[in-house]
Design a protein around this ligand. Structure first.
Ligand code: ASP
Length: 407
């Protein structure tokens, strides 16, 4: 049986067993989770997280040195960031439109008197930009600071390209390290069906379905906007800009989406999403290794959609009308908030506080959606990494065409 089939079965079984747990008596879930699901899920998660920092570092060094010319890197960088910002803005517009049509905040009775939420302050934007250059690259690696690792790796890659013959030994060392990492990711991927099953059953059993009740319309709105963005925006981009088949894209990229679904973490999924893009979609390594890690850090269309729908939802619950200026503010701040969201579970919700504060909505409203956020996080993370892969695919296809035309 192919790995994709095994993963699909694991996803379905995970959802069924997870829902089953919500009906089972007392301790059945907590004991099974503690001794079976959680250990299996965590071991799988650790296995893939173990690969993230080395893979990002090694593959960006190789990708940058492989591009050869720093100007080419600059051009790809500009294309990547433009794609990321434009698609995020489109995602937010879709999220807002769906929320205005479905009115999830009017679809039930919400008790706001008990709502309580302590927001965490987001770091100032200038500080984030300055800190992209790491003071200490080893610390960046030990703390998993993605943007800093990316910056350091780009510098080393440029130096390798410029020094050429002189550093051939180290270039070779990186190439061999890459072989080892790819071999390991392939091996770990074989355990994905088991890991995914355990993580999904555990997440659903843990979140329970009680919270769903009055939040059903909110969940429908977020899910519908996520599906629309994937089916329309990305499909149009893949067809129009990349001249490829969206159906084939989704079919080939599915294993990575399912791992994102089960881990709810773009960062943790990175080794698998890069491997899937390179091997199944034929994305050039030099492009995938630069575009995808950057995307896993700054491009979160699914998160943006949740933030847009949640903002409208909270405005409706608290009966605060949203002016046109407020809507523009939501698009601007939610774009920044999704850029600032780290690719780990649940951070999108923390960053939502920043959007709410900008448009003077009560941050306590977040308390209403916390209960169902874990479930939606699974879906939005799948879309988050799909956006990165779509961008890598489009840029890679265009590069290939250019090279063929020149040849
Ligand atoms: N879990 C999301 C991700 O890793 C981030 C979020 O929206 O919380 O992509």
């Amino acid at each position: 049986m192919s790995l994709t089939k095994k993963i699909i079965i694991a996803l379905i079984l995970g959802v069924i067993v997870g829902i089953g747990f919500t009906f089972a008596p007392g301790d059945v879930f907590s004991i099974t989770d503690k001794y079976i699901l959680n250990p299996i899920g965590q071991i799988f998660l650790n296995l893939i997280m173990m690969m993230v920092v080395p893979i990002v570092f090694v593959s960006i060094v190789l990708g940058t040195s492989g591009l050869g010319d720093p100007a080419k890197l600059g051009k790809i960088g500009v294309q990547t960031i433009t794609f990321y910002l434009v698609t995020t803005a489109v995602a937010l517009a879709i999220g807002l439109a769906v929320a205005f049509v479905l009115q999830p905040g009017k679809a039930g009775v919400f008790d706001v008197s008990m709502a309580d939420y302590e927001s965490e302050s987001a770091p100032p934007i200038m500080e984030t930009i300055i800190n992209i250059i790491p003071e200490n690259p080893i610390e960046a690696m030990s703390t998993g600071n993605m943007l800093q690792i990316i910056a350091f790796a780009i510098f080393i890659g440029i130096a390798l390209a410029v020094l050429g013959e002189k550093t051939k030994g180290i270039q070779r060392l990186f190439e061999q390290a890459n072989e080892i990492l790819i071999w390991l990711v392939n091996a770990i991927m074989k355990t994905a069906p088991y890991g995914a099953f355990a993580l999904i059953a555990s997440a659903i059993g843990d979140a329970g379905l009680d919270a769903v009740g009055s939040m059903a319309m909110y969940m429908v709105a977020v899910t519908l906007a996520l599906i629309l963005h994937g089916a329309v925006t990305y499909s149009l981009a893949i067809r129009g800009l990349g001249k490829g088949s969206p159906i084939k894209f989704y079919k080939e990229f599915f294993p990575a989406m399912s791992v994102a679904f089960s881990t709810s973490s773009s960062s943790a999924t990175l080794p698998i999403s890069m491997k899937t893009a390179q091997e199944n979609l034929g994305v050039k390594k030099s492009i995938s290794s630069f575009v995808q890690p950057l995307g896993a850090t700054i491009n979160m269309d699914g998160t943006g959609i949740m933030q847009a729908v949640a903002t409208v939802f909270i405005a409706q619950v608290y009966d605060v009308p949203l002016t046109f200026t407020a809507i523009i503010m939501i698009i601007l701040t939610a774009t920044l908030a999704s850029v600032g969201t780290a690719g780990v579970p649940g951070v999108g919700l923390i960053m939502l506080a920043m959007v709410l504060e900008q448009v003077n909505l009560p941050v306590e409203g977040i308390a209403l959606i916390i209960g169902v956020d874990r479930l939606l996080d699974m879906l939005r993370t799948s879309l988050n990494i799909t956006g990165d892969a779509a961008c890598a695919y489009i840029i890679s296809e265009n590069e290939k065409r250019k090279e063929n035309a020149e040849a």
